[in-house]
Design a binder for this molecule. Structure first.
Ligand SMILES: *Cc1c(COP(=O)(O)O)cnc(C)c1O
Length: 220
């Protein structure tokens, strides 16, 4: 299984960067993966998983949670505003707070349900027009608005532009988090998690390198 290998590589990257052992949380991205592959990783005692679709996660995780206490499910895909209610019910962390309409809905649900997932603000570090996320120069205002709603995001998340060197994006995200006193950095995927750890990632989101390639054709 890829899990042991990825754990070893994370430990080595922590050490190389002079960071404490265990300072990086590995989110095993289980979207669209067959149940047997996820169950093998659960059986190995892994606790943090990532999902991209509210509906898919609703179907899978209530059962697995019941049989595996201590599991945490992270939402790393876009959240439609009309899915704020199940998102707050289901997830322990939401990495994709990316607009005011969603912030308002989440604040309302957190208030109603008395349940508060950890929040990350997704930043569009490449200022890509088609991409989700808060533009870098709009981040200070967005964080202020979040606080006014009673939300306390604890970190930032980015997905660097495809086909570009991710390093400048990791560095920018780290700088922004530091500027705003936010301790958590969700960055790095299968192809670049070691570089992200060198730049301070606290949460890496690794899917295919653990579970194998995703097959959207049959499962998704
Ligand atoms: C699917 C996904 C991942 C995992 O991607 P891999 O390349 O399989 O590691 C990480 N982050 C986000 C936001 C994703 O959607």
């Amino acid at each position: 299984m890829g899990l042991d290998d990825i754990r070893r590589r994370i430990s080595a990257a922590e050490q190389a960067a002079g960071r404490a052992a265990g300072s990086v949380t590995l989110i095993a991205v289980s979207k669209v993966q067959p149940a047997a592959r996820v169950e093998a990783v659960l059986a190995a005692g892994h606790t943090d998983f990532g999902e991209n679709y509210v509906q898919e996660a609703q179907g899978k995780w209530p059962g697995w949670r019941a049989s595996h206490p201590g599991v945490k499910v992270h939402m790393i895909g876009p959240v439609q505003s009309n899915k704020a209610k199940p998102a707050v019910q289901l997830f322990d962390a939401i990495h994709t707070l990316d607009r005011m309409t969603l912030a308002r809905k989440l604040a309302q649900q957190i208030d109603e349900q008395g349940r508060t997932p950890d929040l990350f603000v997704q930043v569009n570090t490449g200022d890509e027009p088609q991409k989700a996320g808060i533009l870098t120069d709009e981040l200070p205002g967005f964080l202020t608005s979040c606080h006014e709603l009673g939300l306390s995001p604890q970190g930032l998340m980015c997905i660097p532009p495809e086909g570009q060197d991710p390093l400048p994006h990791f560095r920018l995200l780290r700088q922004l988090a530091q500027d705003h006193g936010l301790p958590n950095l969700s960055m790095g995927m299968s192809a670049d998690f070691e570089a992200a750890i060198a730049e301070g990632a606290t949460h890496v989101r690794v899917g295919s390198a653990i579970f194998g390639a995703r097959d959207y054709g049959t499962a998704g």
